[in-house]
Design a binder for this molecule. Structure first.
Ligand SMILES: NC(=O)c1ccc[n+]([C@@H]2O[C@H](COP(=O)([O-])OP(=O)(O)OC[C@H]3O[C@@H](n4cnc5c(N)ncnc54)[C@H](OP(=O)(O)O)[C@@H]3O)[C@@H](O)[C@H]2O)c1
Length: 209
C-alpha cells in the first residue's frame, strides 16, 4: 500500500503549493506520505514551473517521492528531461475500455511507470459480462480480473471503495495469472475508446494521446 497526496492546479503558485504539501499530511494525520503528485499539467501545457516546485528541497521530510498525473506522452518525455531523480508514476485513466498503448510505450521509454485511476470506470465496466465470464475460470470476480490485468500490464492500481468486502476483494488478486488469451480478450474491449475524464468534464485536460 502506498500513501499519496496531490497538489491541485488552483494551488500551483509557490505559496499555495507549499501550504498544500504541508497541509495534506496533517489532514491525513501522518508525518510523511509516499508520493506527492501534481494532479494535472497546467492548462497552458507549460509544465516547467510546477515541476520545479515538485522537486523538493532537501530538508523536506513530508514526502518521500514525487509523481505526475494526467501527463501526455510528450509531457512525460519533457518531465523526464526536466526532473533530476526518479518520478514514481504518471497516474492516468486506465481501464479495460480505453487503449493506453501510447502511454505504456512512453512509460518504457522514459522509465516513468503508470498508475491507474478510474480502474473500473466507477462501475460502468460491470455492465459487460466478459470480465465475470473470464473470472469463472480462475475463481475470481469481474473486478479482480480487471485489476489483475492492470498489474499484468505493468501498472500499480488506484481504486476507491466504500465497502469493506470490496476493499478486501482488491487485495485477493495475487494468486492467479491471466492467460495470454484472456489478456487478448480483454484487450479487444479497449477498442470501445471509452474515456471517463474527458475535456468536457475537465476543461484543463490536455489533448489526450
Ligand atoms: N489523478 C486523477 O486525475 C484522478 C481522477 C479520478 C480518480 N483518481 C483516483 O483514482 C482512484 C479511483 O478512481 P475512482 O474512484 O474515480 O473510480 P474507480 O476506482 O474506477 O471506481 C470506484 C467505484 O468502484 C466500485 N468498486 C470498488 N471496488 C469494487 C469491488 N470489489 N466490486 C464492485 N465494485 C467495486 C466502488 O463502489 P463501492 O464504494 O460500492 O465499493 C466505486 O463506486 C481514487 O483514488 C481517485 O482519487 C485520480
Amino acid at each position: 500500500m502506498c500513501t499519496a497526496i496531490k497538489v491541485k492546479p488552483e494551488s500551483y503558485g509557490e505559496a499555495g503549493f507549499i501550504s498544500s504539501v504541508e497541509k495534506s499530511p496533517r489532514d491525513l494525520q501522518v508525518d510523511q506520505v509516499d508520493v506527492l503528485y501534481l494532479h494535472w499539467p497546467t492548462a497552458d501545457g507549460n509544465i516547467a514551473p510546477t515541476l520545479r516546485l515538485l522537486q523538493l528541497p532537501p530538508d523536506n521530510k513530508q514526502t518521500r517521492n514525487i509523481g505526475i498525473s494526467n501527463f501526455t506522452a510528450q509531457m512525460m518525455r519533457n518531465a523526464r528531461s526536466m526532473v533530476d531523480g526518479p518520478i514514481m508514476a504518471n497516474q492516468v485513466e486506465f481501464d479495460p475500455m480505453l487503449n493506453q498503448n501510447t502511454l505504456l510505450a512512453t512509460a518504457t521509454e522514459t522509465g516513468i511507470p503508470l498508475s491507474s485511476f478510474c480502474s473500473v470506470t466507477r462501475g460502468e465496466v460491470f455492465q459487460y459480462p466478459i470480465f465475470a465470464e473470464i473470472g469463472v475460470g480462475y475463481g475470481k470476480s469481474a473486478v479482480q480480473v480487471i485489476l489483475w490485468r492492470i498489474v499484468q500490464k505493468g501498472l500499480t492500481i488506484n481504486i476507491t471503495s466504500t465497502k469493506p468486502d470490496n476493499i478486501r476483494a482488491k487485495f485477493d488478486v495475487m494468486d492467479f495469472t491471466l492467460s495470454l488469451i484472456d489478456m487478448a480478450r480483454i484487450e479487444a474491449m479497449t477498442a470501445a475508446g471509452y474515456r471517463m475524464v474527458t475535456k468536457y468534464k475537465v476543461p484543463i485536460a490536455p489533448e489526450w494521446d
